[in-house]
Structures are given as C-alpha cells and as structure tokens.
Design a protein around this ligand. Structure first.
Ligand SMILES: O=C(O)CCC(=O)C(=O)O
Length: 276
C-alpha cells in the first residue's frame, strides 16, 4: 500500500513549509531500528572514522541507514511533494542525550549547502519519543518563501556544524512544535526556518534527518558530491550515485564514504577557519 500524502497534507506542506506527523514505521519497527542503531553506535564510538560515517550520510556504508533512507513508505511521502525522480543527497543523526543542554538555533537548511535550487525536503524520522519536552523540531510557519541571512556562532551546545542562526527574529506565535512518536516523521522544505530546544526528559531523543532533492538540482561549487538515487531515474548525472552498502563499514564502502563526507564538508565550512 502506498504511503503518499493526502491532498490536505500536500496543501499544508505547500502553505506552511512543513507537514507532520506522517506515520512511517510501526512502534515495534521503530523500537527495532533504535536497538540496531544503538548497537552500531556503540560499535562505532571508539573510531573517529566510523563514528563520523554513522552520523552523516550513513546510507553509503551502514545498511541500517540505507534501509531507512530507501524505505518506500518514507519515499512515497517525499514523492508527494517532490515529484518522481528523487536523490537522497545526505542524512544525519541528531541525538540529544537525556537532560542535556544541546539545542538547534533557528536556521534554514539550504543556507550553506551550495545547492542551486530550493526543491529540497528533509524527512526527520523519530527513532525515539520526540515530545515537546525532549526538544522536538519547531517550525516557523510559512517561513519557506524566501532566504534570510545567517551568522555563525560556533556555540558548542549548538548541534549545527557552524552554530549558524538567522539574523532576524522569529515571532514565537508562528512557531509550531512538531512532537513525534517513534516511527513518525515530519517533512520540511529546505527554506523553512526551524530550531529545537534542549531535551529535558530522561530518555534520549534520536532522529534521522534525510535530505531529499530532485535529480535536477546541482552543486554550485566545483566539488563533485555523492547521492543515492531512491526513486525514478537520474537523467542529469550531477552527483556520483552510491551503490547499496555491501555490509557494515565494509572497507571499500567506508573509503568512499569518508571521501564523500570530506567533499561535502569542504562546501559547508567554506568561509570559516575550520579544517576539512
Ligand atoms: O534534530 C533537530 O533538533 C534539528 C535537526 C535539523 O536542524 C534538521 O533536520 O535540519
């Protein structure tokens, strides 16, 4: 059975710049995904290369992440707002430990990614409970119509790579809390201003944010990047398409993965003093 969004959900996404909650995995599946994630996380923790590979773009060398990113229930919903030819350009785990100060400042995703168009959708998939108290995603309703300027803060409690935040104020009256149960997701547009507060609960808050783009989008810098074709065909060839991983952190996959992260970081940290 298809998991396409209803017309109402599509209209909400187009009007507000986000839609939630969208049901994807059952509670039991989500619990299994979390168990599997935490097992790999423990295995990967002591090696900086595997740790980074699990955190970002895991679909290149982590079969679990590949399964989630290509799951038809996720991709069906994304297709409803994006059309038939879809790449996963990246993904990242955002983990907030129990009662930790980590937060995300108000920002737009597309600001530092070097992509030429705005047709990017993030699926933020909850692998643990993400109620308001755990610091769920917060969206500024209707904020996806234009780009706003950002500044870097490099605040160490901020989970974003540059601690970037927008230079304008968000009216709290426009902020919508996107509480999710494990196995649900939200979808937000690449220009939707969003943030999240610290986790004040006794459980971890674990989410996988998957960045889907149209195959027609391209990287504006001359750094060649990678992506995963998850639906339809790629008639453009703007990205190196990644195969399915052969196994967990298979050496050839891992080498490809580390190179891909380096290329991406080169674009994202442009203009900062940070080493790639
Ligand atoms: O996980 C969070 O709280 C924020 C994630 C985020 O900023 C994103 O998915 O773009």
């Amino acid at each position: 059975m298809s998991n396409q969004l209803s017309d109402r959900q599509v209209q909400a996404y187009e009007r507000d710049g986000f839609v939630c909650p969208v049901d994807v995995f059952s509670a039991q599946e989500a619990a299994e995904l979390r168990r599997e994630y935490e097992k790999i996380e423990a295995q990967a923790a002591t090696d900086p290369e595997t740790k980074a590979a699990l955190r970002d773009d895991g679909f290149i060398s982590v079969p679990l992440v590949h399964r989630i990113v290509t799951d038809p229930r996720v991709v069906d919903a994304v297709e409803s707002v994006m059309g038939p030819d879809i790449l996963a350009w990246g993904c990242s785990f955002f983990v907030k430990e129990p009662r930790s100060p980590s937060y995300i400042s108000w920002h737009q995703d597309l600001h530092y990614w070097g992509l030429d168009e705005s047709e990017e959708v993030t699926a933020w998939i909850a692998l643990s409970p993400a109620p308001v108290e755990a610091g769920c995603m917060r969206f500024a309703k209707g904020s996806h119509k234009s780009k706003v300027s950002h500044r870097d803060t490099f605040d160490e409690r901020n989970l974003l790579s540059r601690g970037q935040e927008i230079e304008v104020d968000v009216d709290e009256a426009d902020a919508v809390e996107a509480a999710l149960r494990p196995g649900q997701m939200s979808l937000h547009h690449g220009l939707t201003i969003h943030a999240s507060n610290p986790n004040t609960t006794d459980d971890r808050r674990i989410g996988l944010a998957v960045r889907y783009i149209r195959t027609s989008m391209r990287q504006t810098s001359d750094v060649r990047q990678t992506a995963k074709l998850v639906r339809g065909t790629d008639a453009y060839g703007y990205f190196d398409l990644m195969p399915e991983p052969s196994g967990l952190f298979d050496p050839a996959d891992l080498a490809r993965h580390t190179a891909a992260l380096r290329a991406k970081r080169e674009v994202q940290m442009k203009g900062t003093e940070m080493k790639v």
